[in-house]
Design a protein around this ligand. Sequence first.
Ligand SMILES: Nc1ncnc2c1ncn2[C@@H]1O[C@H](COP(=O)(O)OP(=O)(O)OP(=O)(O)O)[C@@H](O)[C@H]1O
Ligand SMILES: [Mg+2]
Length: 343
Amino acid sequence: MAGETILKVNNLKTSFATKAGRVQAVRGISFEVRKGEVLGIVGESGSGKSVASLSILRVLPDNATLSADSIDFGGQDLARLPKKEFRKIRGARISMIFQDPMTSLNPLMTAGRQVEESLLEHCPQMGRQAARRKVLELFGRVRMPDAESRYRAYPHELSGGMRQRVMIAMALSCDPELLIADEPTTALDVTIQGQILLLLKELRGAADLSVIFITHDLGVVAGICDRVLVMYGGLVMEEGLTGELFSRPAHPYTLGLLASVPRLDQPKDKRLRPIAGSPPDMLAPPAGCPFFPRCEWARNVCIDGRPECARLSPTHKSMCWLLQPDAPGEGNPFRKAGGAYAG
Ligand SMILES: Nc1ncnc2c1ncn2[C@@H]1O[C@H](COP(=O)(O)OP(=O)(O)OP(=O)(O)O)[C@@H](O)[C@H]1O
Ligand SMILES: [Mg+2]
């Protein structure tokens, strides 16, 4: 596979202690991010996408417990790195942008000043003058219209799209190797969404930046991601190149997600079918495949245990019993339905 690996997550588990019990948000996920790629993480609400990324950055609330065999980032294990060392990485070599910039921006400080402050925090030797120049340069890179006057604007004086550009400028200020973008466009209208996506695409091309792009929208995945992880119930159900996932979905959950998004290559009048049923209770997730209660092809074996991942290509794998050649049960109706690889 092309590209050097910059992040390798190995068996990450994160849970939260609550009054009702332990919420098992992420239950053992493993994946890699390669240099210069955009890796999408997609799944319905509650599937563990945000918790997975917050775990990598170790910005979890006090009631959280994280464990991992390793989270390798450039030879350092992020799961075991002392807090002080981690501070040098977070916001500098790995940075993050969120859905709603308003909650992350300080309303009392001008846009330019905020980017400047975050820059100086990580590079104090830089000096005010140089930092200011760098901020204006960053505003240019994120295509901020009229950068000079936006530098002096307060967050409430900016549109949603401009605020997100400020956040992206801040995230890029220390030339990160990895940018984690958690639903960065969902709060924006469609045209602005498109502009921000285009910007992220341009940026990663120009800077050799790797991006983890979190979204529940498969349409967005198709436009920006090279590879995709499909998460459900705190687990990775399927992983593959974006093209593989769209042309040969290999998990009934992915098939369900695909049937519930509008696609340009399908007739307009084709009805969209949301997946029936609701996500599992993460206080007591099923022992087997978490999707079995909603899966039309589920068998007894799916209830009892999780299958190994089936490899469908060097880049494509799926955690589904129906792809296990020796799984108990007659025939393979999922394959007949056009979901997985034929034969
Ligand atoms: N601080 C917390 N305490 C308890 N449970 C939590 C906490 N944060 C998240 N969870 C739970 O962890 C699970 C995964 O949440 P997460 O926010 O990762 O979902 P998500 O896939 O990002 O969903 P969305 O698309 O809605 O953002 C959910 O069941 C959620 O309720
Ligand atoms: Mg989320």
